[in-house]
Ligand binder design. Structure first.
Ligand SMILES: Cc1ncc(COP(=O)(O)O)c(C=O)c1O
Length: 411
């Protein structure tokens, strides 16, 4: 520390940001920010009310628009996503996060705050099933259409954008759910910016500990906070983080406030508590996952393991380039297809049969009949989501117990 300035006192390690980031000391000296279960906030005078509405005075008004429990969780995520990054002038990157009731609510804000009828979104196959359905079934009726292409073919991506000037946004999910395909953030985002597209990245599988899309020029980072950020499976939530602070404060806040997809104080509190341990949880999740992927890859009953930390994965190099570690999500295919998959899932004793991901417990699911049920079979198979594919979110149990459970279920 040089001169005791605020900047010098800010935490230097990511784990410290997880614990302390976003915290504002409580006026009543509570150690942890209490759960602000209050729908509205009091004005001392009519004039103060007017000043808060006009923005002359900062302060809470109504919990659909903001609440101290949301602010702490949002600011912690903003601190993690911008950790160690600089803006174009070499100053610490400033980003703003808006907490939502779910990942899908945050996505809706993202699209409606940035697109209008006639605009298109360029994206890739094998997105999370809900995102895919939103883009293919809900937004087209508002005149907003997806253009789906393989984003590994960079010259094709550029050609499509060049030819179709109604493409206004590039939307990426990497690693993607459930094939774990990764797309190169730096290359795709730089093409998008050459053509002035708005860019957004779903960072749910990676978390800001493993990957920071702002480092590669993304305008927005999106999370289903339901997953690794919460970490315990206690609350649904989503967050939209943006680096154009003026736009976040104006247009994006307006859409969020009016759509009503706000979080709630209890879920925000659970999220804040969960994120305090993000770094140590992720280290354990990731170590377990790598050992399990290596074990499954050698197992005679398994024909294919999708894990970006295995050299056999088609996007191994991309993951090595842009992720600190390939993460804790994987999927695999049993040689005897769907029937073998069902038998395997039913025999598991310690691993939990459930959708969702990112919890302390290891969760195992079957995408074709669960998360991707709404995606047409032909389209899902093209994206590698076959009938026999099993998805696994590796937890933080002792890895020996997980390996024993898998061994007995694969017999
Ligand atoms: C990668 C990804 N993005 C977005 C979502 C949607 O988030 P939520 O269920 O919190 O609305 C999910 C949910 O599984 C997901 O896995």
């Amino acid at each position: 520390m040089k001169n005791g300035s605020i900047e010098d006192k800010s935490p230097k390690g990511f784990g410290s940001v997880c614990v302390h980031g976003g915290h504002v000391p409580d006026p009543n000296y509570a150690h942890l920010t209490p759960i602000y279960a209050s729908s509205t906030y009091v004005f001392d005078t009519a004039e103060q009310g007017m000043n808060r509405f006009s923005g002359k005075e900062k302060g809470y008004i109504y919990s659909r628009w903001g609440n101290p429990s949301f602010t702490e969780a949002g600011n912690k995520i903003a601190a993690m996503e911008s950790f160690g990054l600089k803006d174009g002038n070499g100053r610490p990157l400033q980003v703003k996060a808006i907490l939502h009731a779910s990942g899908m609510a945050a996505l809706t804000t993202l699209f409606l705050a940035n697109l209008k009828g006639g605009d298109k979104i360029i994206t890739h196959p094998s997105l999370y099933g809900g995102t895919d359905e939103l883009l293919q079934k809900i937004f087209p009726s508002l005149g907003i259409e997806p253009v789906i292409t393989d984003m590994h073919d960079l010259s094709r991506v550029e050609e499509i954008i060049q030819k179709d000037r109604s493409i206004r946004m590039m939307y990426l999910e990497t690693p993607a759910n459930p094939t774990l395909r990764c797309v190169d953030l730096a290359s795709n985002l730089s093409i998008a910016h050459r053509y002035n597209l708005v860019t957004a990245v779903d960072n749910t599988f990676a978390t800001p500990y493993l990957q920071q899309p702002f480092r590669y020029g993304a305008d927005y980072v999106f999370h289903s906070t339901t997953k690794f950020l919460n970490g315990h499976g206690t609350a649904i939530g989503g967050v939209l983080v943006g680096k154009d602070i003026e736009k976040m404060d104006a247009a994006v806040t307006k859409v969020h406030n009016l759509l009503g997809g706000n979080s709630n104080p209890f879920d925000a509190y659970l999220l804040t508590m969960g994120m305090k341990t993000l770094e140590i949880r992720m280290d354990r999740h990731c170590n377990n996952a790598l050992q399990i992927a290596q074990y499954l890859a050698k197992h005679p009953a398994i024909s294919r393991v999708n894990y970006p930390g295995l050299e056999s994965h088609p996007d191994y190099t991309i993951a090595q380039k842009q992720m600190k570690h390939p993460g804790a999500m994987m999927s695999f295919e049993l040689k005897n297809g769907l029937e073998a998959g069902k038998k395997f899932i039913d025999k598991l004793c310690l691993c939990v049969r459930a959708v969702s991901l990112g919890t302390c417990d290891t969760l195992v699911s079957h995408p074709a009949s669960m998360t991707h049920y709404g995606v047409p079979k032909e389209q899902r198979e093209k994206a590698g989501i076959t009938d026999g594919l099993i998805r696994m979110s590796v937890g933080i149990e002792n890895v020996e117990d997980l390996l024993n459970d898998l061994e007995q279920a694969l017999e």
